[in-house]
Design a protein around this ligand. Structure first.
Ligand code: SF4
Length: 327
């Protein structure tokens, strides 16, 4: 195992209210796996990625729970590290996050090499050595190292995204978190990017990958397991194979049935939409947060929050349809 998240709650604490963006999630990431985290907008996926990488900036606050990462063979509670410690010891080397739209956040007036120099300074490393590593990494992701001397606007979208990944992985982070990395790319560049990700993993440059997306059709191509989030909670965790074959949680079923996919099992079930909209996370519904939209809602669902329970080996679901409690 590489990472353990135990009952983590992360809220955006505003002046009078709190937005419960991630509300009591527990899961693990194993070594050498790709985990897709899926859900609609506002389900808490991006907050979860910030949490796992300890990119916690006010008003986001970790109000409860622990995040543990294996560092040098031992689990360390990274959620108790100071921001300075996180910057020095964690980012780049242990965990790297490539945030949503990272490629569009590149300053048009700063050459790509400058980002490598910044990285060298922040980790007290020799600039020249790191630039040499960056040249190699550019080649590994299929880019000419000469592009390091160019400005971001001179690169196409697909090239920029690969350049961002190359720079983000220079220090060989064990865990790479990518948030919606393919949403701004065309289909051809999406495929190239997924290939690059898998190559970085095969080469041992990164050990495990968390792929955050709303796009199940993309993540199913590379993920070993899937975590489904709804309204700040994890509702289902399963191997990709099993979840595509037989989604258990009503929300997962709705999500899978609302996408076009070549999967015969899903095609057979047809396309449908989930009625309604995700709840407001300032005051989410009592009980199961999906109950106002669920076609199987029961009385208990309106009163109690269903716990995430193991229903088969390696498969967990938070739904009273599968729980002993309703029987
Ligand atoms: Fe539907 Fe109840 Fe399951 Fe929630 S707990 S998903 S409301 S059946």
């Amino acid at each position: 195992m590489l990472l353990k998240v135990e009952n983590a709650k992360a809220y955006y604490k505003l002046e009078k209210v709190s937005v419960k963006a991630v509300d009591g999630v527990s899961f693990e990431i194993f070594e050498d796996e790709v985990v897709g985290v899926v859900g609609e907008s506002g389900s808490g996926k991006t907050t979860l990625s910030n949490l796992v990488s300890m990119n916690i900036l006010k008003p986001l606050t970790l109000v409860e729970g622990k995040i543990l990462l294996k560092i040098n063979g031992e689990f360390k509670e990274i959620s108790s590290m100071s921001r300075e410690e996180v910057k020095k010891k964690l980012w780049g080397k242990e965990v790297t996050i490539v945030p949503q739209s990272a490629m569009n956040a590149l300053m048009p007036t700063i050459r790509m090499a400058k980002y490598v120099e910044h990285l060298a300074h922040s980790h007290d490393l020799a600039e020249e050595k790191l630039l040499a590593k960056a040249e190699k990494r550019f080649e590994e992701v299929g880019l000419d190292p000469l592009w390091l001397k160019r400005y971001p606007f001179e690169l196409s979208g697909g090239m920029k995204q690969r350049a961002v990944i190359a720079i983000a992985t220079i220090l060989n982070p064990k865990l790479l978190i990518v948030d919606e990395p393919t949403s701004a790319l065309d289909v051809v560049n999406q495929r190239v990017f997924l290939k690059v990700l898998m190559q970085l993993k095969r080469m041992g440059i990164v050990r495990s990958i968390i792929f955050i997306t709303h796009d199940i059709a993309t993540v199913r191509q590379i993920a070993d397991r899937m975590i489904v989030m709804y309204a700040g909670k994890i509702v289902e965790i399963s191997s990709m194979e099993e979840i595509l074959r037989k989604p258990l949680h009503p929300y997962t079923r709705g999500l899978l049935n609302s996408v076009l996919t070549p999967e015969p099992e899903i095609r057979k079930r047809g396309i449908s939409v989930i009625p309604g909209a995700p709840p407001n996370l300032i005051s989410p519904p009592h009980g199961c947060r999906f109950h106002p939209r669920c076609p199987h809602v029961m009385d208990i669902c309106k009163e109690k929050d269903p716990p995430l329970e193991e229903v088969e080996e390696g498969r967990r679901v938070a739904c009273f349809l599968y729980s002993e409690e309703r029987r």
